[in-house]
Design a protein around this ligand. Structure first.
Ligand SMILES: [Zn+2]
Length: 117
């Protein structure tokens, strides 16, 4: 898998985890992570910052724009559709043997897309 794509997916996962800890169900998360919620959030934010600074600037800026706009910037392709906006993707995109070998975006919503299979 493309290195930037891999990092974008991880960045998204971290953002989801941070969002969960900050927004909801803090007690349950605390138990699961074995950390106090504040420590866990601080730790995840540190990981996020490190990851963020390792991503190609062009992709990082776009990630941040998409996150602010949609809430999720990186989505899997499901049944040949972008799972962010449900647009059917062009055949050339999903038929490519180089899936996940480069960073692709949905032609409709612009989110980063990847194949999870
Ligand atoms: Zn889309």
């Amino acid at each position: 898998m493309n290195r930037d794509l891999e990092r974008l997916i991880s960045l998204h996962d971290l953002d989801v985890m941070i969002g969960d800890l900050v927004n909801k169900d803090i007690r349950r998360q605390e138990k699961r992570l074995g950390l106090s919620p504040d420590d866990a959030v601080a730790e995840l934010r540190k990981m996020r910052d490190e990851l963020d600074s390792s991503i190609n600037r062009r992709f990082r800026d776009k990630y941040n724009q998409l996150s602010a706009h949609y809430g999720n910037a990186v989505v899997p392709v499901v049944h040949e559709r972008c799972s962010g906006c449900f647009t059917q993707l062009p055949t050339a995109l999903f038929a490519s043997p180089e899936r996940n070998e480069q960073v692709e975006t949905c032609p409709s919503c612009g989110r980063f897309i990847y194949w999870a299979d």
